[in-house]
Structures are given as structure tokens and as C-alpha cells.
Ligand binder design. Sequence first.
Ligand SMILES: [Zn+2]
Length: 705
Amino acid sequence: MSQGTIRIRGARQHNLKNLDLDIRTGELTVVTGPSGSGKSSLVFDTLFAEGQRRYVETFSAYARQFLERMDKPAVDRVEGVPPAIAIDQTNPVRSSRSTVGTMTELNDHLKLLFARAASLFDRVTAQPVRHDTPDTIYAQLQERVGSSDVRLAITFPVELPASATPTEVEQWLSVSGFTKVQAERVVDVSAIGVALGSDPNSAKHARKAKGRSSELGSDPEATVSKRKVLDVVADRFRLGNAERARVLEAIEVALKHGCGRMTVYLLDAPPTDVGAEPVIWKFSTGLHCPESNLRYTDPIGSMFSFNSAVGACDTCRGFGRVIGVDYGLVIPNDKLTLRAGAIKPIQTPAWKEAQDDLMRHAEAEGIPRDTPWNKLSPEQQHWVIHGSPHWRGQWNQHWFGVKRFFEYLETKSYKMHIRVLLSKYRSYTSCPDCGGARLKTESLLWRIGSKADADAVLAPKQRFMPQGVRWTRDQLEALPGLCLHDLMQLPMDRLRLFFATMQLAQLNPGVSEADHKTLKLLFEEISTRLKYLCEVGIGYLTLDRQSRTLSGGEVQRINLTTALGTSLVNTLFVLDEPSIGLHPRDMHRIIKAMQRLVDAGNTLVVVEHDPAVMLAADRMIDMGPGPGERGGQIVFDGTTADLRNADTLTGAYLGGRKTVGMGFKRLVAASTPRLILEGACDHNLKHVTVQIPLQRLVCITGVSG
Ligand SMILES: [Zn+2]
């Protein structure tokens, strides 16, 4: 990095007293001084404003109209200023679509990683769904057959009208050049998608899949109600004896004629029970599960983004929450009994009838009316909320349930008082269709990493069960890796561990060299960003944490690491008190991050009061001597070591000649009255006993948590 100089001449912004100042580029310069002494006027309103203004001027007039207009600061001349980026604590984000994940750009990288390296699991069977090719099918056959000398028939399904006579079948066969049919069955045409499957229950899934798949070229709207499916033999052989080329050809032929599907029959499998189903293995190309007969689309990045219509849950449109009845507000006191008014909205005179209905029906159904709500069984609570299972629309015969009560109110919400009533019991609740995951079910079927990778960072019990799957909890917990929503909910330091232990080679075996390179880059980018984020001490944040709930210090640290991740050079970074919100223990982390930016060839100008940051500076500028009109001058310019001896307020403190609170101490004597806490053990407190002197300013400190 060639060292240059930023020359400021005649700065008069706010209270600045016609300052001339040279700042060397490629250094960490700290500007300090009492509040109101002109630090921000110099660093932000002059230096940054000019850097930003120059940068904006390089854009065309057309582009400039979209950018914020910046007024020229009150300064004679600023020379040699590089493009400037301010990293401050203002958090301009107010949208709930902005999260730590989107701010850090980790979500963008993760979605690309998922599109390239995640594995798909069927939403019904939880079986892995792979892109099978003749080669992978051959490999799987070899693996399954092993050393046994079993005879295989490679077949493909062909569909004919159910009325097809044996003669017509013969004719079809001779035309197509095949001779043997291994098996034949008749299927319902409405289940056309599962024509080749054995589970009639999956018919409705098949309908969902229709349109994407061409089921043997048949028309799903056909009026014929029955179809005949033939498993036509492409070839038969003993796998051990057959040459690879012959097997591959048979597989290719079968897949071609079966429109991407094929079935392998084991002809002389080891004897099983008499009358047992023949052993068959199903394969299909594309992202298709031969067992559930569901077909999936190839993954693309936007599928893994809740800010895209492709990936976002349709119900909440990617917000993860919907506005609805909040039962925490409906039953605010769970120690109340039904009789005492556990269900709050029906306790007013206007809804007395509803409370009476509840009492009457509860008695009839044997629901305890004098047991506190929290002692009722889940079934009894369900009855109260959702109403009697016998409900047929007659309020005088069965309990309608609190839920229907609110549904009824919704229909009357044109009335003002009903709207007011409803608003008291509604709040944002987790979206019922995605469970707060913000993504469509299909996006959550993809998982990344191995079982061991996942187990190292998240207990199986805590893993997210996607809505709309038919998996059991056991199936979910046995699956390798984690889904995107699991990653969103992991604190970043654990996420870092997850990616640190993950073996890249196992992620997507068999990809091309170029793909592997891209994947590796992506992987490194994610790991590096996570490393920076943990290093500046915010590893406890999760990616789904909303930006607007972050503190100013957290926002600034995220922005700092984003700057680190961009590999910018020759840029001027101005920072506003990056130490804020950090425990002294963690100060070195943020200093390291700043030094890394300098090492990369950038210039940092930091407004800061923390001695640790000052000590790390290449150069100190002390503004003063007082606030407002008495400030606006540079009272010291040099190294931190020299500042210790300088005759300035900052120098006096830094040199230890002055200390905070000097002369104001009110000693605590034995006779000072005090407040005594004994054996405090809330949360993680370990039976703490503490005495707090009264009429004194008492400070309690410690590391976070
Ligand atoms: Zn949703």
C-alpha cells in the first residue's frame, strides 16, 4: 500500500476553528476529546462527507438523482480523500425482513451453498432423493446385490388402456421390439402419478406432481378410469456375470422407454415367505423419489431465501408470523378455573351467554370446571379451545370452542366495538404453515452436513420439524445434517463450529472440478464471515434475529465485519465509538478487526474514548480544549505514548495524573446503612449474598451473561 496523505485545509464545519490537518492513509487514526469538542464535525461532517460526496460525483447524473444529496462541508479544501464508508451505530433498518443473516450477507451465501451442496429428503418417506443416472444406478445395484448371485430383470413401466386385450399387448410389444412382460397390474387413472407405485394413498401427492412430470406421455385428464401398467423387460442377467456395458445399456433403455423410471425385479431372491411380494427395487432419474412417487424441482438459490417468492412460505409471505388470536392473551392467568373466568374475553356481561354455554357443556362432557387451567389435561384444554368433537353447528347442543367464538367475531368485525375487542386478543403468532421457518416445505426438505456434523452443534431433539411432512420425530432425528431453519436458529459461534468440522469433500461427491472450486470458495466465504463475527464478540446472535432488535454496538460490529468480508482496499473507513457495548474483556477483538482493515490497505479514522483503542492507534488526535465554542481545535496530534505526557485533559487521564471521580468519592464505612441480599439464586446466580451501601452510587459490572 503506497502511503498517501489526506489534506484538510480550513475546516470550519460547526465549531471547528479553521483547522488544517493531514491524515496519513493506511493508518489507524483515533480522534478523541471531550463531548462537543468537534470530533464528529471533523470526522463525519467534514472528512466522511467529502469522501462520500466525491464518490457520488463519479456516478452519472442519472444515477446521482437516486442517491442522497450531500451538502458540501464548510471547508476550503480536502485533497486525496479515498472513497469513504461510515460504520456507525445508526440502524436504519426497520423491516422485519432484515435479519442478522441478511445484514451479514450470510443468508445469500447459505442459499447458494444449499442450492449446490444440500441433500434432499422425501417429504413422505424421509428417504434421500438423489439424481440417479445409469452410472449411479449401476453402482447401487452392485452395492445391493453384493456377492450374491441373484438374477435381475431390468424392466420399465408402460401404460396401456385397461381394456387392452392380450392380443393388443402382444401387438404393442412386437411394434416396440420387446418381448417379455415381467408383471402386469391395473391402476386407477386418477392415481396416474402413482400408477407405478404401490401406495394408493399417495395419489394426491401424485396429482400435485402432475404437470411437472410426464407420466409415460399419458394425458392426466383422460376420461378412461383404469389403466393397465406393464413392467416390460429390457434385459435379464446375473449382475456378477454381466458386463458393465450390457448392464448400463439395459438401464439406459429402461429409463428411456420408462420416461425416467425403471423397476428391477429380483428373479430368484433367497426364499422368503410363500406368497410374499416379489422383491423389487425402483429407480428414477431426476429428483424423484421412487417410493413416494414425488418429484422435486432442482434446487436454485432463491428457493432458500424468504425474501424471494420462490422460497417464501405462501401463507406468511416469508415473515414467519401471521396476525391471529393469541391464546396467551385469551387465557392470561392459567391459575384460574373455567368457572372463575379463565377464558378472559367471555367474562364481560355482553358475552355472559358464551360463559354460560361453556359451563353447561363442560359439565355435560365431564370437563372439570373448578380445576385451574394449568392443571387441565391437554385434551381438556383442546376441548375448550377447539370445541366439542361432536360440534355440528348447533351452539345449544355442543360447545363451539373459543376458536369458533373468535371466528364468529371476525364476521362481525365491521362493528367498531367488536374490532376493539378483537384487537385486544390478537397479536403476531408463529405462522401455522411454516412454523415460523419463513420457507416453503420443499425448501426445508434440503439438509446440509453429516449426522456427526449436526450432532456436534444441535441436539437431535431440538431440530426443526418442517410443517407438511409425514416424518416421525425419530425419522427426523436420524436424518443427517441440518435444514436451513436449524442454521438460522443456531448462535453464530455454533454455526462456525458446524462449518469448521464439515468435510467439504463429503458434501457433494462427484461434482465437477469447476463446481467443486465454486463450492470451496463459497464455503471459505461463509467460514471467514462467521469467524469475523465471532471475533468481534457477537457470536451469540442467531441469523434469524431481526435487525431492528439489535443494539447500536451490535449493528456497528456487524457492519465492521461486513466491511472486513468485502476485501475493500484503499477505502476510508470512519467509525463512531466501536467500543460501545463491549466489555473490556472483548475490546481486543474489535481492535483486531480494525487492524485487519488497515493491514488490507485501508485508512481508518475512529472517534473513540476507550483507552484500549487509543493504545492501538498509529496516531492520536485530541480535540478540545472544551465543548462547544471552547472546542474545535486540535490540542494534541501525535502518538499515544506522547499523549500520555501531553498537557491536555485526555493526556492527563491517559497518563494517570487524573482519575475518574477524583474528589467525589463518598467512602463506605462500616456504619453506612446497606441493603443486604442473601442467597440470591435466580437464573445462574449461585447463592449470592451481597451488601449494597445505601446513599451511594453503586456500580455492578461483569462480562455479558
Ligand atoms: Zn409461513
